[in-house]
Write a protein that binds this ligand. Structure first.
Ligand code: GLC
Ligand code: GLC
Length: 614
């Protein structure tokens, strides 16, 4: 294809050559998405123009970062990587307060900090910041954009990458575009999905699912003047209309603005939902991928250091679809997350083991973000067909897991809270803090070991492990969060506690639960950083022949780290046959003991082994 806009520029590594290569990719993608849309040519020009101006405005500091990242594109695969996330206000009283916590972040070993959305929001309920009124201003209660920039700089100086959200599927209903749309401005009505009658909403809703049924049924809400507007999440979060190329351009501008504030990882919120099409679920459509690739292309030109993290909490096949170097280089791993909980409840690792064997591998140049829990509910997004192969009925199993983690199941150790029970489908999810979900609140004797087991998996299966800050000192559910009226109806807040000051103060005291969790977590983190086998994502599943014991190896040039983890409440044996190939002497890293594997091993309840050649 010849396109003279890209001719005669650059030599291969600088802006001009990126512009040439990625600009061409960008226009090809926009062509694929928008076909013969009359506004296509204008959008292409505008997008390329944005890339140029944004690069021109990029600071020397960030350009230097760009150079370093381009020279070392696999930097995020390092076993040194450790992520944490928190709410600026709850954790530190605001953005400036977070800067003061940097010494602690270093103590913990963080190299990545995700600050939950700090942007301007509507009054009252803002879905925890996920209803954005302006991408260029912060919520004044948290600080200013200059504070965020300074935080990014300070973190970068300490080797910590700043991550923030790009809430790009929807804006708040009081965003300027939305207000103009509601006032009848035809240009901005086209930024959203607005209809005067129920015909189109009815047609779309015949095939879409309900995300927050407690808030409103279906995918649309009605405004006072009778207009129906698409709102997948809350009624005050209006979905953007990306079938309008002007929306892509406008949002690309907001994205590049954020990139130039020093954001290194952009958490791409709710990616499955960005493209809608009649007669489909309007999730995970091919155009959603093309749009992400187009955002990626413009970013490669103007802010090449910035990575995308996909937030797709959907069927594992669909999750995988977003993870490509030219789309999202990083993705949450909701399958491993959900199945970690599943294995701890059932004391049966088979589903998790099969996920590690069959659904863990990623394309080169990409990585999982492995987490025990997010700020959201835990949804049971494993594949029904995987469960069926093990003779498990997925529907019944999800009901069991919901009952188990909300403590309704007889003998359960968990203290979770149900989220978004949908009587029409029987679907539900679970909210709560890790320690409460794993038995610390109910006083279960296995709680501490289970917390460490869960985090040991996130720390050892590859990619970037991510800690909900406070979990490392065993923070519990914070029921007082529901006292604010705008939070009362959203049980996810129970799992979003205020900074647990007392627990942090106790973290060096081994006679406290906080101290025990923290010291053991620190040990795991230190080992992860020490052993190169934990870098990257390569993993070989190791069938232990015991359904309570998970097994895998992380290969490395000096031999693997062999991981064994007992999810059961009793001693468990792994018979010699399963370990036959692992002859000779080994060292168990966590307990610093010499061990042999070949003759079979016995693990204590909830025990984890990380074993290497001495
Ligand atoms: C993502 C966020 C969640 C939010 C939703 C809508 O799933 O993690 O907290 O409610 O998007 O923005
Ligand atoms: C968001 C919501 C979560 C929901 C998911 C659906 O992540 O927070 O509750 O299950 O979207 O994809």
């Amino acid at each position: 294809m010849t396109d003279e806009r890209f001719d005669g520029l650059g030599d291969g590594t600088d802006f001009e050559s990126r512009f040439r290569v990625e600009g061409r990719r960008l226009t090809r993608l926009l062509g694929e998405i928008y076909g013969d849309h009359p506004a296509l040519a204008e959008a292409e020009e505008a997008a390329l123009g944005l890339a140029r101006t944004s690069w021109r405005e990029r600071s020397a500091d960030l350009r230097d970062l760009d150079r370093r990242r381009l020279a070392d594109p696999g930097w995020f695969q390092s076993n040194d990587m450790l992520g944490g996330f928190c709410y600026a206000d709850l954790y530190a009283g605001g953005i400036a307060g977070l800067r003061e916590r940097i010494p602690y972040f270093r103590e913990l070993g963080l190299t990545y900090l995700h600050v939950m959305p700090p942007f301007a929001v509507p009054e009252g309920n803002s879905d925890g910041g996920y209803a954005v009124s302006s991408y260029r201003e912060l919520d004044p209660r948290l600080g200013t954009m200059a504070d965020l920039r300074r935080l990014g700089e300070a973190l970068r100086g300490e080797g910590i990458s700043l991550a923030v959200d790009f809430v790009f599927n929807h804006t708040a209903s009081d965003h300027e575009w939305a207000r103009r749309a509601a006032a009848g401005d035809p240009v901005f009505r086209d930024f959203y999905w607005m209809f005067d009658s129920r015909d189109q909403p009815d047609a779309f809703e015949a095939t879409t699912r309900e995300i927050f049924p407690d808030d409103h049924p279906g995918s649309f809400v009605q405004l006072d003047d009778g207009t129906w507007v698409w709102a997948s999440f809350h009624s005050f979060q209006w979905d953007l209309n990306y079938s309008n190329p002007a929306v892509f351009v406008a949002m690309a501008g907001e994205m590049l603005f954020l990139a130039n504030q020093g954001v290194e990882v952009l958490r791409m919120d709710a990616v499955p939902f960005i493209w809608k099409q009649l007669g489909t679920s309007s999730e995970n459509l091919p155009q959603a991928h093309l749009l992400l690739q187009a955002f990626n292309a413009i970013c490669r030109i103007a802010a090449p250091a910035m990575l995308f993290l996909s937030e797709a909490i959907v069927h594992p096949d669909d999750v995988l679809g977003y993870v490509r170097p030219d789309e999202c280089q990083l993705s949450y791993n909701p399958l491993q997350m959900a199945l970690t909980w599943e294995a701890l409840a059932t004391r049966d690792v088979r589903l998790l083991q099969s996920a590690l064997a069959e659904r863990h591998a990623l394309p080169a140049g990409t990585a999982w973000v492995n987490y025990v829990r997010s700020h959201d509910d835990i949804g049971w997004t494993f594949a029904d067909e995987d469960a069926a192969r093990l003779g498990i009925d997925a529907y019944g199993h999800r009901r069991f897991l919901n009952d188990y983690y909300t403590g309704r199941f007889e003998g359960s150790f968990a203290r979770g809270v149900a989220f978004q029970f949908n009587p029409k489908t029987g679907d539900s999810r679970v909210s709560g803090a890790t320690a409460s979900l794993l038995g610390l609140e109910s006083g279960d004797a296995g709680a501490l070991d289970r917390i460490l087991l869960a985090y040991s998996l996130a720390l050892s299966t590859g990619g970037i492990p991510l800690i909900f800050l406070g979990d490392e000192v065993g923070q519990l559910n914070d029921y007082s969060q529901l006292e604010l009226p705008e939070r009362a109806g959203d049980s996810r807040w129970v799992g979003r506690p205020r900074y647990p000051a007392r627990k942090y103060a106790e973290r060096s005291d081994p006679s406290t639960d906080a101290g025990r969790v923290y010291s053991r977590m620190r040990r795991l983190i230190a080992l992860r950083k020490q052993y190169a086998q934990f870098a990257g994502g390569e993993l070989r599943a190791l069938e232990t022949g015991n359904r309570r014991v998970l097994g895998y190896e992380r290969p490395g040039p000096d031999g693997p780290v062999v991981v064994l983890a007992n999810v059961g409440d009793d001693l468990e044996h792994v018979e010699p046959e399963a370990l036959a190939e692992l002859g000779g002497e080994w060292t168990e890293l966590i307990s610093r003991r010499p061990v042999e594997l070949q003759g079979g091993v016995t693990l204590a309840a909830h025990e984890v082994w990380w074993v290497v050649r001495p």
